[in-house]
Design a protein around this ligand. Sequence first.
Ligand SMILES: [Zn+2]
Length: 330
Amino acid sequence: MTYEVPRKFPTTVVGSYPKLPPAKEALRRLRKGLASEEEVRPLFEEAIKGVVEDQLWAGIDIISDGEQTREDMVVYFAERVKGYMPGEWVKIFDNVYFRKPIIYDRVEWTRPLTVQDWLTATRYSKGRPVKGILTGPYTMVEWSFDLYYKDRYEAIIALAREIRKEIEALVEAGAKYIQVDEPALSTRPWREEAEIAGEALKILFNGIEAKKIVHICFGRVEEILPYILDYPVDQFDLEFKNSNFRLLPYLKEYGYNKELGYGVIDVHNTQVESVEEILRDIERLMNLGILPPEKVYVDPDCGLKRLPRDVARMKLRNMAEAARIAREQW
Ligand SMILES: [Zn+2]
């Protein structure tokens, strides 16, 4: 079964989706040591199937597995890459704690970590492409304690070499879209940092035959924008809605001309954007006159995991409907 992704304004998601009840149960059993990964696999498969069905119902063109097996975008990988060990709980917001992992030895990728979930999602996707989604080396190092490399650059490059193996495994399985998430980049918006992340991306993506995407969100992206535009990627996927499209004039100022994952859905707000509102927001970008509709991928600002499921579903549905109307207009 093949599915033709619309040429103009294809719709997609950034990755995570609210955890469905079977995934919550599976994660609970794993956390408490009550079951093995193999034993809870059927629960995860059921959850991924549900996530895929929601996205098909909403009309999304390029979908994800909803990251149902990942309790956290950094910890998931850290627990499965050799050289890492579980860390201490650290406070990141008022009431949010994060178990910051520790690099204590040379990092080493020993087996595919996301391919099984990608295959499960693909099995239910009715031909729609499923994005392969990974946490990038810059963010992995930034949100870990490093006791081994002692030098951030060295640690990031070492991780990039290992994460590349996951990208190769996804592409070999058939993934046509690879997205690397680097949210930490916007928290250190300086030229030197952008250059380090850029070196890592060269290692990740050199010679990879798939659509190459980097997702960056929240924080002062406009300050690093001039330094990331020559990254070896096809597409930047960026948050716009939550910051009231503050970034838009900078795209024009810096001559942005890659594909753009255009975030038009606020993932921190349970109010569902109306079709008209999303259309107006698409219009803001089109009015800049910098990108043709073929280069504009319509999607939410970031992962949807913190929203209630029915809200996430409706937001995606309105977004897909707005993109459909936009295709007639531009
Ligand atoms: Zn994000």
